[in-house]
Design a protein around this ligand. Sequence first.
Ligand code: PLP
Length: 397
Amino acid sequence: MATFNPHFKKIPKGYFTAEVFKRTKAFLDSHPGTELHKLGVGNTTEPLAPSVIAGLRRGVEKLASAETYSGYGDEQGDARLRKAISEWYGKRGIDIDATEVFVSDGAKSDCANIASIFRARSVIAIADPVYPVYRDSNILTGNRIVYMPVIEKNGFAATPPKEKVDIIFLCSPNNPTGAIATRRELKEFVAYAKKYKAVIVFDAAYSEYISDAKLPKSIYEIEGAESCAIEIQSFSKSAGFTGVRLGWSIVPMALRCENSARGELNQHWNRRQTTMFNGASNIAQEGGLSILSQIGQKETHAQIAYYMKNAEIIRKGLEAVGMTVFGGIHAPYLWVKCPKGLSSWEFFDTLLEKAHVITIPGSGFGKNGEGYMRLSACDHRENIEKAVRSIRDTITL
Ligand code: PLP
């Protein structure tokens, strides 16, 4: 007799954006024809950079001839891309071997699957609020969650848990708060991980939005992190690959946990991927190679600057009406405090009904997100300007 996984009862019925879509639809049904402005879901909107399009075309062209056609590739990723990723780290002074790079179809699946190389019923520390995938995927596998509250009083910085945990998920720059972990904060986590033989899973999906060279873009900038940290990366927000799908994980040979020998966790992730994943798209990987080329880096960083200009426009516009805004400096997310003690959903409704602006309630990212909203800077400039103007014209505090 089959019985369903009982842990499904412990997570919300829908992904947290479902209620946003439901309320938006209800509003549109009762106000047909209203133009809505999206400052919500962090989806990319700008066309891919020319060099990246050229890379994707190259990938397609290769499939058009018997001489260059390829079918299944290595589950770990195209050797050229693994090498390019290792060199990308090398240029930042970080020594990653290509055998430590595992190309994926994006960061979300790796974030959700990585805990499978550790024993069941592990204790997992995650920030609250944070990208909900860490919480839900770990609850579904029966792991126990310990929350690290990130709140306004401490600048939305996470600190290591008081109790001993097995795995710590860190996300910097953080979705949703836009906060970034400093070198000192990351050193504390590395020290904690070493003390308790815990493993850090560092989600660096927004690293390319960091504009201050003194701030760490990779956990491996911290001395000793290679022995206690896995890093997960994505081409989604750094190069507009949200729909193309490509990312990677670094599982260092030096990584150790309580009972593993050198290289064993790398081997386990390799085994997991070769068993459950058939490799990223060969076309996408050609695009990835172009993103990492000199011209690709220049063009994709210009796109990031475009989104960050949007973030500045949002910040200034909201501050002009008296709102308190965090984030939006090293991440495409702004974390806005709800005025007058409104709850996240109350302010969501106000912004929708009065300003016709769609946002994401902070409470969807965890208990400590209550009383905040997440706004995304990823949209066309004219839409961002319209949304900000609409808020300015309709919301008075
Ligand atoms: N990690 C974080 C923190 C994110 O915010 C997102 C997407 O919004 C992802 C991972 C997912 O990235 P990908 O599109 O590569 O799956």
